[in-house]
Design a protein around this ligand. Structure first.
Ligand SMILES: Nc1nc2c(ncn2[C@@H]2O[C@@H]3COP(=O)(O)O[C@H]4[C@@H](O)[C@H](n5cnc6c(=O)[nH]c(N)nc65)O[C@@H]4COP(=O)(O)O[C@H]3[C@H]2O)c(=O)[nH]1
Length: 775
């Protein structure tokens, strides 16, 4: 197609000119005409021709009368020249560049033509001077005329001048001198150069225009197809942002009548939002915008539209509007919002999750607008509720807690569920530590109120730890740690408390960390040892077994009781390794004892939860060869408060091995009797606190009696711990307690101090034992 066009155009440059004029968009017509003019006058005619005429006058001063028509020509030339300048200015041609091009051509062409014409005139013999001058002037006149009119006319004028000169020379055959021939050749060359120049220019322009038009047609076709068959909707605005030629499709998408769209600004279609501000700014700065999600209400529902567009400029670089498209992305937006919500929130309570809480806290701290408080809230009896009443009740409790906390939160506050039964509150605008503590106490009170769940009234409670920035920390991690430490103290101080962080807590924590490191080293260095405390059988007044109690022989601090380090070992998880060592050591020691003496080993809740206990017991039994029936594992109620099902399953499997299970510290927990129902323990150990008061006439006596009675009925063995005097021993014996343990019998002693036990097969009377152990 283009080859044909080109060929046609090469034959008919004027046709090309015509076509160019008609293929330019109306909007760009003025600019194009201006450009055409500028390009065609790239060889500025007026000034050059005038200069040439003046130089000719100077050279040929002696025949000035021949130049009578020159002033007329000058005036005409001047008029055309001024008109040309005005048009060029209007067409937006840079005046500085015009001046530069004029100067360049005036100098080059005027010099050249002055030399050529002047040489011709000087060298032409007297008798041929007149026609020569006429010819040159005629050529000049036509040239001048041609320069200021249409380029094709200019071309023709050059041809006429050349032909005229040729004819004149043919009429005067005596003129055949070399300079005349050179003049003629130059004149013709000039004309041909012009033809070539114009031809080339029009051809290029024509081709570019055609290509552009084809591309535009194609784009328009694609856009129309896209608009008709795609899910997107084309939209165009004018320079002021008013929608131009709105389509039905756009009206349907926006849920308005087509008429309502006419004359309406695009921005006004959307609800106020940061996205709409971005769109407004982009339009103002004439910038493209991409996939801005903007909302608008359609038929009572929020619909999300993704808007993309780019600014439009005409040929002169003037902005005349925006073109782009709108796409309904409601489904996508809702899905994204949901995913984002789930990533940032707890699905049950719909509160912020830990990550979101941390991020929001960090962001607020960056803003640094006054103090910010963090309140860590921990439910006191949640695990118990969850295990005993089921997860549905547990969920309802958590939801109720979330509601109560949210009710206490203000506009600048954030409530989060950090996981399990841990909640947190960020107070974005808190006046002082006192104000934060006052709120913390109100929260403790709120959460102290009973909750209705699964048709039952449940009593929960909460402890709260409070920390403030910038007093306690100035970054999110430190502040959360400080609040956590404060919570730890609140829980240690007794449940249902609120504590404010103070720097001493950090010191305590540092000490705990140091202790943890020391514990690890102690395990590796073999600094642990076991002491054994006898379990005395009252019916036979003999030793039935021993409880293995852990001791840490610290190289500098001497022997350390487990109360100082078991908690840290549990927190750090180190208790799992330590517990395994205890099991092996105690069973290995018990295996050396004669008879059926049992060994009782304490098992912590962390060991039960860890999931490795069964393997550890089996491995220790096979390694030591101890009869499983001689091993007694002591667990506390807290063990059963965590995942009860898994815990009971583990206990049953241990029991299936033949190992005996004892319930330690009985009576100190919340629902000891419930636990007795849940698992058939082999033994119940009555806590020391009841034995202490046993002989003081308090209610401990009655409690001990009912426990002993219950155990007898459930066919469970009983042991009382913490027996420190004879009266307690007698009282227990009188009430039918089967075993006792305590300082009155013997303190715990190292394994190598137990010879009396090893030799005592049947019975070791209490006095003998006390004598032997120095108790
Ligand atoms: N006031 C008084 N106290 C008496 C009397 N008779 C015994 N005791 C102490 O009472 C504690 C009995 O152990 P527990 O209740 O299991 O309580 C133990 C047990 O919960 C834990 N524990 C000890 N060894 C281990 C172990 O190997 N593993 C685990 N997980 N915990 C252990 O540490 C706790 C404390 O152990 P100990 O300091 O050895 O303290 C022992 C024992 O020395 C008495 O007549 N009066």
């Amino acid at each position: 197609m283009f080859a044909g066009l080109r060929a046609k155009f090469e034959r008919h440059p004027m046709v090309a000119l015509h076509l160019i004029t008609h293929t330019v968009h109306e909007r760009d017509r003025a600019w194009f005409d201006g450009c055409k003019l500028t390009h065609l006058h790239a060889v500025p005619g007026g000034p050059y021709e005038l200069t040439r005429a003046i130089l000719l006058l100077m050279v040929m001063g002696q025949c000035a009368w021949w130049f009578a028509p020159l002033p007329v020509l000058l005036v005409v030339g001047l008029i055309f020249w001024i008109r040309s300048i005005t048009r060029r200015r209007r067409a937006g041609v840079d005046p500085a560049s015009l001046l530069r091009s004029w100067c360049r051509f005036i100098v080059v062409r005027a010099t050249l033509w002055s030399i050529v014409n002047g040489t011709a005139l000087v060298l032409t013999p007297e008798e041929r001077l007149v026609p020569m001058v006429i010819l040159i002037l005629a050529a000049n006149a036509m040239d001048i005329f041609g320069q200021f009119t249409q380029p094709v006319t200019g071309l023709v004028s050059s041809w006429i001048a050349t032909i005229g000169m040729t004819v004149a020379l043919m009429l005067r055959p005596e003129v055949a001198t070399t300079p005349t021939v050179i003049l003629m050749v130059l004149q013709m060359a000039s004309a041909h150069a012009r033809i070539f120049n114009l031809h080339y220019m029009f051809a290029t322009r024509r081709l570019r225009t055609r290509e552009l038009k084809t591309a535009n047609d194609m784009i328009e076709l694609l856009l129309r197809q896209y608009s008709e068959h795609g899910s997107d909707c084309l939209v165009e605005t004018d320079a002021t942002g008013v929608i131009v030629d709105p389509s039905d499709r756009l009206a349907r998408l926006c849920g308005v009548d087509l008429d309502d769209l006419c004359g309406r600004k695009l921005v006004s279609l959307f609800e106020p939002s940061s996205g709409r501000d971005t769109l407004r700014k982009a339009a103002h700065r004439l910038q493209a915008f991409h996939d801005l999600a903007l909302s608008r209400e359609v038929d009572g529902k929020t619909r999300w539209l993704a808007v993309s567009g780019c600014p439009l400029f005409d040929a002169q670089g003037r902005h005349y509007g925006f073109r782009g498209f709108l796409r309904d992305v409601t489904d996508r937006h809702e899905a994204e919002t949901k995913v984002l919500f789930l990533a940032q929130h707890d699905p049950l309570t719909r509160l912020a999750n830990r990550t979101e809480f941390h991020d929001q806290l960090a962001a607020r701290l960056m803003e640094q607008r006054g103090p910010i408080a963090v309140l860590f809230v921990d439910l006191d009896r949640f695990k118990l509720i969850n295990d005993s009443m089921g997860h549905a009740a547990g969920d309802q409790v958590l939801e109720a807690v979330a509601r109560r906390l949210s009710a206490r939160a203000g506009l600048h506050d954030v409530v989060a569920r950090l996981g399990g039964d841990e909640f947190a509150l960020m107070l974005g605008r808190v006046r002082s530590a006192e104000a934060a503590m006052a709120l913390a106490r109100r929260i403790v009170d709120d959460l102290g109120q009973p909750v209705e769940a699964e048709g039952r009234t449940i009593h929960i409670g909460a402890s709260v730890g409070v920390a403030l920035s910038p007093d306690h920390a100035d970054n999110a991690d430190e502040l959360l740690r400080a609040a956590d430490m404060a919570l730890y103290e609140a829980k240690s101080a007794g449940r249902g408390m609120a504590s404010l962080y103070h720097p001493d807590m950090k010191r305590v924590l540092m000490e705990q960390r140091a202790l943890e490191l020391e514990l690890r080293a102690a395990l590796a260095n073999g600094e642990f040892e076991l002491h054994y405390q006898p379990l005395h059988q009252l019916s036979t007044d003999s030793i039935a077994g021993f409880e293995a109690l852990l001791r840490w022989r610290h190289p500098e601090r001497g022997t350390i009781a487990p109360g100082s380090f078991i908690g840290i070992a549990e927190q750090s998880g180190l208790i799992v390794q330590i517990g395994e060592w205890v099991l092996r050591e105690a069973m290995a020691e018990a295996a050396t004892w004669e008879g059926n003496l049992t060994v009782a080993v304490n098992v912590s809740a962390v060991q039960m939860r860890d999931g490795d206990l069964l393997r550890q017991v089996i491995s220790a039994l096979s390694a030591t060869g101890l009869d499983p029936r001689r091993l007694e594992l002591e667990i506390t109620e807290t063990v059963l408060m965590q995942d009860q099902e898994a815990c009971l399953a583990l206990l049953h499997r241990l029991r299936a091995l033949g190992v005996r299970i004892a319930l330690d510290d009985f009576g100190t927990g919340y629902s000891s009797l419930n636990y007795l129902r849940s698992f058939p323990f082999d033994k119940i150990k009555i806590d020391r606190c009841f034995i202490e008061d046993l002989c003081n006439g308090g209610e401990s006596g009655a409690i001990v009696e009912s426990v002993l009675d219950l155990a007898a009925r459930l066919n469970m063995q009983t042991i009382a711990e913490g027996v420190e005097d004879e009266a307690q021993l007698h009282a227990l014996r009188a009430r039918g307690c089967e075993q006792v343990q305590g300082y009155w019998i013997s303190k715990a002693m190292p394994a190598d101090e137990l010879p009396v036990v090893r030799t005592a097969r049947a019975a070791v009377p209490v006095p003998a034992l006390r004598q032997a152990t120095g108790g």
